[in-house]
Write a protein that binds this ligand. Structure first.
Ligand code: 531
Length: 356
């Protein structure tokens, strides 16, 4: 039976355990460039025993950033600072992943510590784009420019170029961000996608952007490396994107060479009733894994070793991704192994051996 500390192989990549660092925005870049903060943030968690370390939402174009301080991979100057991190992560025995992202209408925002509202164009912000000219609302009040067909092709080409740079930077695991109300999700949900062309309306049309992007990225991303996507499995509102649609989307993307769905939820609308609680998104990972026959990652309010271990043991997900719990404890995997009595225990970095 699989368990939290059993290795996991996807394509030719083997994780030493089922524990991943969820992509977390650090809002710490200038011009999208990774720096010492990112090295320490990601490197410390690789040293702490994670099997997979996924770099934060990394924008495929400048206007695809959430904030001016977000990470980017739209230019060759981004490659070497990221490569410095992937080299260190690998030395620690972990696999490096990266989440490629476009923020859509939720871009051009201030950092959370600065309030998170849309920034005016003359205050460091920019014109946001989306499938349709419909504002997110609240403090994200900018009305986006609806993407033309040529714009859509350009954004997809940006994802492809970003994937090529990610490969050059040493990543072995790619995640397409299609959740949390950012561009990929905006195409999926009828609440944000009101297009009347081939990218809007029917289910087949709303999934077309992600399907094509997956196909295009798969064509340049090596066969030996996993390609994954994060979904908001439901919008949690009537008339929005649903878990049933997520299951069908997972089936369609699997046929395009997608290897795993990272199962999150929400973020597409400001007002949703979300039953946040321990493991509240795990049932989505379980359904997609069972009904679409594709590997899944569970994420969201996973905090204890027993909880994480049970998710894997019960076949609800192949991998668990931890976010805030990893901020509280970069050595969470080493501590979890001790709590669970894992034999043989994972080997800590030699520099820390006397502490574990
Ligand atoms: C939190 C978030 C989780 C679920 C739904 C909406 C928002 N995160 C999402 C991050 C950015 C910061 C806030 C991304 O997905 C990039």
């Amino acid at each position: 039976m699989s368990h939290l500390f059993a290795p996991f192989t996807l394509r030719s990549v083997t994780l030493r355990n089922r524990i991943g660092v969820s992509p977390m925005c650090m809002y710490s870049s200038a011009d999208g460039v990774a720096n010492d903060w990112h090295l320490v943030h990601l490197g410390a968690r690789a040293a702490g025993g994670a099997g997979l370390v996924i770099a934060e939402a990394t924008a495929v174009s400048p206007e695809g950033r959430i904030t001016p301080a977000c990470a980017g991979i739209w230019a060759d100057q981004h490659i070497e600072p990221l490569a410095r991190i992937t080299r260190f992560v690998k030395q620690q025995g972990a696999v490096s992943g990266i989440q490629l992202a476009h923020a859509g209408r939720k871009g051009s925002a201030a950092r959370p510590q600065d309030g998170g509202a849309h920034l005016a164009d003359d205050a460091g912000g920019w014109q946001v784009v989306a499938p349709s000219a419909v504002a997110f609302g609240g403090s994200l009040s900018k009305v986006p420019r609806a993407l033309s067909l040529a714009d859509i092709a350009r954004v997809q080409a940006d994802f492809v170029a970003a994937a090529k740079r990610a490969l050059m930077a040493g990543y072995e695991w790619l995640e397409l961000h299609s959740a949390h109300g950012y561009l990929g999700h905006e195409f999926l949900s009828p609440l944000s996608n009101q297009r009347t062309d081939i990218y809007g309306g029917s289910f087949d049309n709303r999934i077309r952007f992600l399907l094509e992007t997956t196909r295009d990225v798969r064509a340049v991303w090596p066969e030996k490396f996993p390609l994954t996507a994060r979904f908001s499995c439901t919008d949690w509102v009537e008339g929005g994107w649903t878990i049933d649609e997520s299951v069908e989307l997972a089936r369609r993307l699997k046929a395009e060479g997608l290897d795993l769905v990272d199962c999150s939820s929400g973020g597409g609308v400001a007002k949703a009733n979300i039953p946040v609680g321990p493991g509240y998104q795990v049932p989505f990972a379980e359904r997609i894994r069972k009904e679409a026959g594709i590997a899944t990652a569970a994420v969201g309010m996973i905090t204890t070793p027993a909880q994480a271990d049970e998710i894997v043991r019960h076949g609800q997900a192949d991998v668990v991704l931890l976010a805030r719990e990893f901020l509280r404890d970069p050595n969470w995997p080493l501590h979890a192994a001790k709590t669970l009595g894992v034999i043989p225990p994972p080997i800590p970095p030699i520099q820390y051996a006397r502490a574990f």
